[in-house]
Design a protein around this ligand. Sequence first.
Ligand code: FES
Length: 174
Amino acid sequence: MHKNSRRGFMGKAFGAVAGIGAIGSLVAMKKTWDPLPSVKAAGFTTLDMTTYEENQLVTEKWRGKPIFVLKKSAEMVAKQTEEQKKRDIIVDGSHYMIAIGLCTHLGCIPAYNASEQGFLCACHGGQFDFTGEVTKVPPPRGFDIPPFKIYANTVVLGEAGPEYTNMKDTGVTL
Ligand code: FES
């Protein structure tokens, strides 16, 4: 009897330990299956729009692609045509060009010349203005604009907000 109850106690204790171990293993396995936090966030890039200087190109990264961010000065905004204004991304009253920094010809990365306020693609001589529109072929169209959504002073790339959807619907970007 004494022996039996001891065996019963040992069995229960072992079962409890094994049970905890099994739960621990399941938790560990679930952690392995879940995507890492960095992977979950990989589709999105958040830009703090308060950090950019007028007419200074900054190249950010989104889904492995270079993203050009150019804050326009009041003088740049004033000289834009109606067509160019359609590409403007306005955050807290400031105007920006935000675009995928790849030439729409064959994908080279054009360089920005701040004094000329334009881009030159060294591969085949394509040129773009500071709004991202083509000024010299062979690029077939202006820089593509990534999906974006404006939240107060930030822009999240990878989310399609109403301003982006409107650009797509009106053919401003592909
Ligand atoms: S890749 Fe830019 S002009 Fe050809």
